[in-house]
Design a binder for this molecule. Structure first.
Ligand SMILES: Nc1ncnc2c1ncn2[C@@H]1O[C@H](COP(=O)(O)OP(=O)(O)O)[C@@H](O)[C@H]1O
Ligand SMILES: [Mg+2]
Length: 361
């Protein structure tokens, strides 16, 4: 059934709201073929924003979207880029394949059907090709395409390139980006520390993109959209925004569940029930994760649930009967496991639902 509040998939045209300022920033960026780095915690709306932006640009621009979330090798990276460019060009399947065949020197392409959506897409065949050969074909194709039309390349979860260490992907990109015309790169990412290190002083990508932190959706924009579908007053809406810390995904999840109970005015009790329902629905998967932690790591997570800062004060250390050094290594381990994140020296749990679950431990 159609819901006006998608929370576990990218929102479509009719369910996307807000973000006027960001669309303007993006429009200006690509207008002058500049590059942009957009970062925020997960679930705030980066991918949705790009998806929506591409919808508005598609008619006169070649929009290439590449998600590198699950790459584990440089070859995966090259394959993702080739897949992105193969499925970006407009036109029917036959002429697209013809065109790609003329542009690619070594890569072959063939049509394939997505078994879940039954939609056609184009698959690059690269089995016998080296990383260098694939990259060469990719960059050559981009250069050729950019002669006839503007090109935008969005690379989502860009921080993942830092996990590939046998080749300097950032240096490779820098070389190409420097010589580009009519091409904009949009880098999206969610892990601040990894991203910052990729764009810091003396790193290859230093000053190659303007930085933009994606802010939470504005209260007014949320209100405008949500009140079209829910009877909810300002106070209750604010309760939801603050409780979720404006995490778009969790807000949408709550709105969706409230929407299912249509035609009643939203009450505080309903909100509490909904939040409990969401946390409970995650309970078993969070428990599985929790069980994989050692004792000190479990304690560290509990400390974070109880206190938002000052973990290393005597009273906290005493309360949990843990040494400062032990707590520090446990936090480091949780950070490596990506269960927690840090902003400077400040540790936090980026998944708001998990944070609320941890607070109940
Ligand atoms: N502007 C928006 N309007 C409506 N829903 C949104 C918007 N931004 C994000 N969402 C919803 O929030 C969820 C998380 O957004 P997503 O784009 O996946 O975030 P990110 O890429 O930052 O992790 C998605 O299910 C999406 O439907
Ligand atoms: Mg995303």
């Amino acid at each position: 059934m159609y819901s006006p509040f998608p929370y576990d998939r990218i929102s479509t045209k009719s369910t996307f709201f807000g973000r006027d300022e960001e669309i303007e920033v993006l429009t200006k960026t690509v207008q002058y073929s500049n590059n942009l780095l957009i970062y925020s915690k997960r679930r705030m709306g980066k991918s949705s924003l790009i998806d929506h932006f591409f919808e508005t640009k598609k008619a006169d621009t070649i929009c290439i979207y590449v998600d590198i979330f699950d790459i584990t090798s440089k070859e995966d990276f090259a394959k993702s880029l080739l897949h992105g460019v193969s499925n970006a060009t407009k036109g029917d399947l036959k002429s697209t394949i013809k065109k790609l065949t003329s542009l690619f020197k070594r890569v072959r392409v063939e049509p394939t059907i997505d078994p879940t959506t039954f939609e056609y897409s184009i698959k690059p065949i690269v089995a016998t090709l080296s990383f260098e050969e694939m990259m060469e074909d990719f960059f050559y194709t981009i250069r050729e395409l950019s002669k006839e039309s503007q090109v935008i390349i969005a690379i989502d979860e860009f921080q993942q390139i830092a996990t590939i260490t046998d080749v300097k992907l950032d240096a490779l990109l820098r070389k190409e980006i420097q010589h580009r015309e009519n091409v904009s790169y949009l880098f999206l990412g969610s892990k601040r520390h990894l991203l910052t290190s990729l764009f810091e002083y003396q790193a290859p990508l230093y000053e190659m993109a303007t930085h933009h932190e994606l802010q939470p959706l504005k209260f007014e924009a949320i209100q405008n959209y949500v009140t079209q579908y829910l009877k909810i007053d300002d106070e209750q809406l604010r309760t939801i925004c603050e409780l979720t810390k404006y995490e778009t995904k969790m807000m949408q999840n709550i709105f969706h569940l409230l929407w299912l109970q249509k035609d009643t005015t939203v009450t505080k009790e309903q909100i509490d029930d909904t939040v409990r329902e969401i946390i409970n629905s995650k309970d078993s998967s969070y428990k599985i994760i929790f069980d994989t932690l050692n004792n000190n790591q479990k304690i560290a997570l509990k400390v974070m649930g109880r206190y938002k800062s000052g973990f290393f004060t005597q009273s906290v250390l005493q309360e949990f009967n843990i040494k400062k050094q032990t707590l520090q290594s446990a936090l480091d381990a949780l950070f490596k496991r990506e269960l927690i994140d840090k902003d400077g020296e400040y540790y936090f749990i980026p998944d708001r639902t998990l944070e609320l679950w941890v607070e109940r431990l």
